[in-house]
Each structure stands twice: as C-alpha cells, then as structure tokens.
Design a protein. Structure first.
Length: 426
C-alpha cells in the first residue's frame, strides 16, 4: 500500500532537511568559503507588469536560438528629460518548427515592415509574434514604449541647464552664459556581496585575473580562465549589500544654432572638446575618472538669442575599465594585500565582487526590449533632442464689429429690395 501523498511529501522534506543539516555540519568542520558572483546568481525579474489572463500565452516557445539586435531611440525634451522611447528590433530565429514570441514591453504601439509576412501583434502592452520557422526567419519591428515605465529603465539620465552667474535662465538667452549638461548612469542596483577575510595571495590572484581579462577585452567569469568561484576565508563569511552600476560607453555631440553663441569654451574635466558649432563628448560611466557614473559638461560663451542645445548621444553597455582594478600606489596586489589590514582586504574583495557583478549584469542592457530565447543580443542607445513642434496657430472666435454689422444689415436690405423688384417685374 502506497503512503498518502502528504506523508511522502513530509518524509521528503525531512530527508532534505537531514541532507542540509549534514551539509551544514560538513561545511562547519572545514574552512569557511567566500562565494564569488557567478552566472547562476543572476536572477531575471520574472514578475510581469501586466499579469496574463487565463489562456493567454505568457512564455515564448521557440524551435531554436534567437539573435537579437536593437536600436533604442530615446527622445529628450529641451531640458534633457525623457520625452519618448522607441526600439527598432531585429530577431533572427533558427530551427524548424512553430514559434510563439512574447515580449513584455509594455508597448503602446508596434509595427513591422509592410512586406513582412509575420506581423507583430499587441495585447495589453505585450508584443506578440506567432508562426513557423523553416530553418531561418527574420522578424523586424519598431515598438513604441510607455515613457512612464521607461524612465526607470533607460540606462542614462540627462539634464540641460542654462546659467547667467548663479541664476538659472530660460531661453532665449543673450549675453554671457554657461551651459551645464549632466549625464548620469541610471543602472544602479543593490546586490549581495560576500564579506570575509581571504588569504592575501588568493585574493591578489583574483584581482590580477580580473584585470588581465578586462585588459584583453574579455568578460571575466567565475570558474573560467583562472578566475575562481570561491575563496577560503579565515573568518566567518557574511553578506552585505552594495549598489552596482553597469558601465556605459558614451559619446556624442552638442550643437547650437548657427550664430547663437560665440567664444565657446569647455570648463572643467576634458570629457568634452569644442567642435564648431558645439562640442564633442566621450566618457565611460562609471570609471576611475567618473566613479559615481556622473559627468557634468560645462560650456561657456556669449549668447545671442540662444536656445537650448541639440544633443545626440550614443551609448552602449561596456566592460568595466581595467584601471579600476589597478593596485593602489603603483604597487602589486600581492604586496598591497600582504601588508594591508583586514579593512583593506575586505575593500579589495568588495572591489573584485562588484566588478564581477558589473560583467554579469551586461545582458540586462544588451537586450533592452528583450531576447525571447537563447542567443547573442546587442543594443545601441541613441539619445537625441526631440524636434519641438511650433505653436499651433488657431483662428480665434469671429466677432462682428459695430460698423461691420451696420454695413452687413444695409447690404442685406439692398439684396432683399432688389429681389422684390425683380419679383414684381416678372
């Protein structure tokens, strides 16, 4: 006679508990281990913004891998605030069989090329495709997203301010002026980091391995090419949390209307250089030059009916700068950690873990709209000042002036009189 299901579940639970207890006892007997971030620690946010109804497809089904290429257009208001987001996406599907693609959006509109056989659909913000892959199939679409949601997801924030002296002014501006353009990384996320005292030689090898991989243009991953997944600790291992930003390469231009500013010059860090009729900029956010992921570009000149500048910024998620892993004081990590304190050892461990998390988080922004399957993804972001529509010229309500009313009545009386005369003669 088989035991009831509830009893079997309880026995399985006790067995699992026993295994966990044995495992805990075994780990307690040996040295503590510091677990470094691995791909298995990356948990995607699976909570949908719009919960599917009964019977709705909410998970993509695919016959094979999918390559995803995206171009995200971020429209900026004149002051740099978010005005709109749209994404051009190309999905290249491989395999043979039926497919259902579900991209969560939330989108307000989606359209595919007119000659594309499989057109995208939209259901309560979710982008949908369905069809058959005969071995290779390419799907293209442009999706318009809801800026109310996207302002939390776009990787960069921008602001544009004009100053005369210490006073903020609004265009049009005449006379001496300073233009302050701030670009800040918007990818911060609170993540768990292990905290313990690692052996100095082991920790030095980790930092050197990470730096070597980044210098070679490779993504350092725990368990690959000499980067370990755990370290032995001489202390108990705890967990603390820290904010981690995904690095973004940023480049672009700042342009002014012809004749609207003279004597333009850049003040402060050389993140931008004059390039008539404006300036060019380049930065990695964050990096040792911009540790907080924020840069401020200050331009000064003499304005003549100056409007806010037009921005065009291109950005892409990037590997961390190897310089952030440089040993302090030009020494080596082995020497630094060997003579360092527990505090410096913990700080070096946090630096290594944060760098590894930066690498692990890259896929979040290399597939902005989303890759429905497995396969490579890449997303380029273009921030551009949106064209400002001119004011609408609307005709005001028509009102007859007193003189015009008199003339109208006289003309009407003459017309009636002429009509009566014609009628009597007919």
């Amino acid at each position: 006679m088989r035991a009831p299901q509830s009893v079997r579940a309880a026995l399985a639970g006790f067995a699992a508990f026993g295994l966990l207890a044995l495992g805990s006892a075994a780990s307690a007997a040996g040295p503590a281990r510091i677990k470094l971030p691995t791909p298995g620690d990356v948990v995607a946010n699976l909570t949908p913004l719009i919960v599917p109804r009964a019977g709705e497809v909410d998970v993509s089904t695919l016959p094979g891998p999918v390559s995803d290429t995206e171009l995200a257009h971020i429209a900026l208001a004149p002051d740099g605030s978010l005005a709109g987001v749209s994404v051009d996406q190309t999905l290249t599907m491989r395999g043979v069989g039926d497919f259902n693609v579900v991209l969560p959006g939330p989108a307000t509109h989606v359209v595919g090329p007119a000659d594309q056989a499989t057109q995208p659909g939209l259901r309560r913000g979710t982008i949908l495709y369905a069809g058959f892959v005969p071995g290779n199939k390419v799907l293209r679409a442009t999706a318009t997203l809801d800026p109310a949601f996207e302002r939390f997801r776009v990787p960069l924030n921008v602001s544009v301010l004009l100053y005369q002296g210490d006073r903020e002014v609004r265009p049009p501006v005449n006379g001496p002026v300073e233009i302050r353009i701030e670009i800040s990384n918007n990818t911060s996320r609170i993540l768990p980091l292990s905290d313990g005292i690692a052996r100095a030689s082991d920790l030095a090898r980790v930092l050197d391995s990470l730096r070597g991989e980044l210098s070679a243009g490779r993504a350092p991953i725990a368990g690959l090419r000499g980067v370990p997944s755990t370290l032995e600790s001489s202390s108990s291992v705890r967990t603390h949390r820290a904010s981690v930003q995904v690095p973004f390469n940023v480049s672009g231009s700042i342009r002014f209307a012809a004749g609207s500013i003279a004597g333009l010059r850049v003040i402060g860090p050389a993140v931008a250089v004059p390039a008539a009729p404006g300036a060019a900029l380049r930065a990695l956010l964050p990096s040792p030059a911009f540790p907080g992921g924020r840069c401020v570009i200050r331009l000064q000149g003499t304005a003549k009916a100056l409007a806010t500048p037009r921005l065009e910024i291109r950005a892409a998620a990037a590997l961390p700068d190897p310089l952030q892993l440089a040993p302090p004081g030009g020494s080596t990590w082995s020497a630094t950690l060997a003579r360092g304190s527990e505090k410096s050892s913990r700080s070096a461990l946090s630096l290594a873990e944060a760098t590894m998390w930066q690498v692990l988080r890259l896929p979040e922004f290399r597939a902005y709209l989303g890759n429905p399957g497995t396969g490579p993804s890449s997303t380029d972001y273009v921030y551009a000042t949106a064209a400002v529509a001119g004011p609408r010229v609307e005709a005001g309500p028509e009102r007859l002036r007193a003189g015009a009313l008199v003339l109208t009545l006289i003309a009407l009386a003459l017309a009636i009189g002429n009509a009566a005369m014609l009628w009597t003669r007919s």
